[in-house]
Ligand binder design. Sequence first.
Ligand SMILES: [Zn+2]
Length: 109
Amino acid sequence: MAKIKTNDTVTVISGRDKGKRGKVTEVRPKEHRLVVQGVNERKRHVSRNSARGALQAGIVTFDAPIDVSNVMLVCTQCNQPTRVGFQINPDGRKVRVCKHCGQAITDGK
Ligand SMILES: [Zn+2]
């Protein structure tokens, strides 16, 4: 089970965007990377003839993937960046638990 999932809120703990918070829009488990909204923004020049679906030529901003180790999950209960533990509920479901406040972290929408 992944510690960080799509739609989680994370905070960046190192690199250029240190301190930024954003929503996870994509997780790439094999690469140990994820894409966070508004974090690690890159600009790409797009020509009018490109087949990328751009409406017009110009510069397109997109969020480049960052390494999972550069972010921390923000707890949905106490709103603090935290390490994540796991716990098995009485109903047998595995849930993520905040190491900070000890409460279960809910999945984002
Ligand atoms: Zn917490």
